[in-house]
Design a protein around this ligand. Structure first.
Ligand SMILES: [Zn+2]
Length: 155
C-alpha cells in the first residue's frame, strides 16, 4: 500500500539520524540497527526524548540502550527501543532507570498525538483517504489544507 502523503522522513542513514547521533553519541553506539522515519514536525519530540534519556542513562548505562525505530502509526509516534535492564531485582521488576525510560517514551508518544506531524504546531487527529494523521490543518506538501470535517471527533 502506498502512503497517500509524501513522507519527508528519510531512511537511515538520514541527515536527521546522523544529526541526532552526533548530538547524543552515548545513545547511538549501535547506529546500524536504527531507523527514524517521521515528518519534521516531530523531530523536536524525538530530540527532547533523547535528551531526557541521555540524562537518565548516566555512566555506562547508555551502552545498554539502543533506539530501534521511531515512526508514525495511526497519527501517533511509535518509539521502539532495546534496553538491557541489568539493575532489575527480579524478572517482573523493572529498575528505576527502565521505568524512567518507559515513561519518557510514553510521554513523547502522548505529545505526538497533539503535535502536527508537518510543522510542529498543536495538532489533532484527522483522517484523509483512510490514513490517520495528526495535523494543525496546514497543507501537506502537494496537498490541500485539511478541512474541519476531516478531523476525527473527540480525536
Ligand atoms: Zn501544521
Amino acid at each position: 500500500m502506498t502512503h497517500p502523503f509524501p513522507l519527508r522522513g528519510i531512511d537511515e542513514p538520514s541527515p536527521t539520524l546522523l544529526t541526532l547521533a552526533a548530538k547524543y553519541p552515548r545513545l547511538f553506539q549501535r547506529l546500524e540497527s536504527m531507523y527514524i522515519y517521521v515528518e519534521p514536525g516531530w523531530y523536536s519530540l524525538i530530540d527532547q526524548a533523547l535528551a531526557q534519556i541521555d540524562r537518565l542513562l548516566d555512566g555506562d548505562h547508555a551502552s545498554r540502550f539502543s533506539l530501534v525505530q521511531a515512526k508514525e502509526k495511526f497519527g501517533s509516534l511509535r518509539f521502539y527501543y532495546d534496553y538491557e535492564d541489568v539493575e532489575n531485582t527480579g524478572p517482573e521488576r523493572m529498575s528505576h532507570r527502565a521505568e524512567g525510560l518507559a515513561r519518557i517514551v510514553r510521554e513523547a508518544e502522548a505529545a505526538s498525538r497533539k503535535t502536527c506531524q508537518v510543522c510542529g504546531k498543536p495538532g489533532r487527529l484527522a483522517v484523509r483517504s483512510g490514513t490517520y494523521i495528526t495535523t494543525c490543518g496546514c497543507p501537506w506538501p502537494g496537498q490541500d489544507p485539511f478541512t474541519e470535517d476531516e478531523f476525527v471527533k473527540g480525536g
